[in-house]
Design a protein around this ligand. Sequence first.
Ligand code: GDP
Length: 371
Amino acid sequence: MQHPENDEAYKGLTVNKGIDQPTTVNPYLKLRKKTKRRQFTVDEYVDGIVKGDVTVLSQAVTLVESLRPEHQALAQEVIEKCLPYSGNSLRVGISGVPGAGKSTSIDAFGLHVLSEYGGKLAVLAIDPSSERSKGSILGDKTRMEKLSVHPDAFIRPSPAAGSLGGVARKTRETIILCEAAGFDKIFVETVGVGQSETAVHSMVDFFLLIQLAGTGDELQGIKRGIMEMADGIVINKADGNNIEKAKLAASHFRNALHLFPAPESGWTPQVLTYSGFYNLGIKEIWDMVYKYVDFVKTNGYFNYRRNEQAKYWMYETINEHLRDSFYNNPVISSLIPGTEQEVLGGRTTSFTAARKLLDTYFKECLIAQKE
Ligand code: GDP
């Protein structure tokens, strides 16, 4: 049979004359006055946020995410002033591997809690691995179709890629701003593949782990540490002919949980099955979450955990700043490659090398102080 590309009539390789392309520059742009958006003052930010103005809130979050020192300083002042208005919310961490159905579920969860309990919901995310930042991965609006157009929902993707500590801190600060803006329900989403769970766990009241029924060996795939953090494990996609498998997986998880030491909260983690896509079992999940909240508010664990988290974040922030200050010090960063080679070549021990660098750093700090 003749290949179509060998036919005389085939035009695939002929170049058409083409038409003039319009300029890619908007011709009306010149007509617009060059007005740079005026930077709000701290009080303007705080007023706007406390009034629940989502535009101001978004801009304040952008400030929190900015790497520029002057933005950082402004952001810290805004956060500080918002602090008295914050704290009055339910913070839920939602984790699961890619494909577990987080976006689908958050859409369904969000609609459920808003219709059942009222209030306002903010969905934030922590995804330090994401180079595809700027809204294209977690928290992406198109992935939460219904929630993204809900008037009482605010969806914000993960801050751009960076160190986990940095990304997590920004999300935690964003929680404070959202709460001050009247968001009384906060979901923090994360990809269930590693360290980011610990970060999320350290800023939420309830940690929900989304799992899938698999081949029966699903328990091997998830790290013990992550399971231990969960206050609830929910098996998604319990629909169609997957229902029995999901139930079986649930009983495996229940058995596995028995092997762990009892959680500090005194709460026994629950395992449920549901379908985010078909909206089945969603109510039961949120009944569980609210039952947990009642339970830990009564026994005092709720406040205890929040205090512990505040303490944790103080130390995390100190550690992060010390590390940054050390590694960004020009003298240190110029010494590091050579020192590393000395350690690799066995000419010095790791300990001595570290000591030397630290001593140099402290001396540098003293010099900087005197100047
Ligand atoms: P994420 O990567 O964890 O955010 O997962 P998504 O929400 O994007 O879902 C991944 C895939 O699973 C999509 O094709 C969804 O349509 C599908 N999915 C999500 N929830 C369910 C469910 O409850 N049942 C079924 N059958 N499919 C689902």
